[in-house]
Design a protein around this ligand. Structure first.
Ligand SMILES: [Zn+2]
Length: 147
């Protein structure tokens, strides 16, 4: 069975994307969006830190959480589609890493949970060396974020 993946399965400016961008702006982190010059057009990049962030929809990128259910109808076709998306994700990640970028995948379900998102961003800011902007942290937290 022939099946073509729609070119733009990766929609732009989704709610999770806007949410992450709002956080970054609030913390005065500069970034660029939808950088076409890089493999896979990462959703958010911070060139100064060579950090690329992909904001993945749980369904399309098959996160494995509760939003990930494969539809029962035409199951094989869906699975084939998801395989293509997953291998393309992996390919792009490798290409970016080979160019010296640190690639971070953020998932829709984590982003929509404010507490989880805060933890993710603290880790990110720690990596960027700007966690202090985010407020005081304990030594135990520092160890945690360095992991
Ligand atoms: Zn998820």
């Amino acid at each position: 069975m022939k099946f073509n993946l729609p070119k733009k399965h990766k929609s732009k400016n989704t709610n999770p994307e806007l949410k992450v961008r709002a956080h970054l702006r609030y913390n005065k982190v500069s970034y660029r969006i939808h950088c076409k010059a890089l493999p896979g057009t990462p959703d958010i990049v911070m060139p100064r830190y060579k950090i690329a962030i992909n904001i993945n929809g749980c369904f399309w990128h098959q996160h494995g959480c509760t939003n990930t259910k494969v539809p029962n109808k035409q199951r094989e076709i869906w699975e084939c589609k998801f395989d293509k998306v997953k291998s393309r994700d992996a390919e792009n990640r490798l290409k970016l890493e080979n160019l010296g970028w640190h690639v971070i995948d953020l998932w829709e379900c984590s982003i929509m949970n404010e507490n989880v998102l805060n933890e993710i961003l603290k880790k990110l800011y720690f990596r960027m060396g700007i966690l202090e902007w985010y407020g005081k942290i304990t030594d135990a937290e520092k160890i945690n974020y360095a992991a």
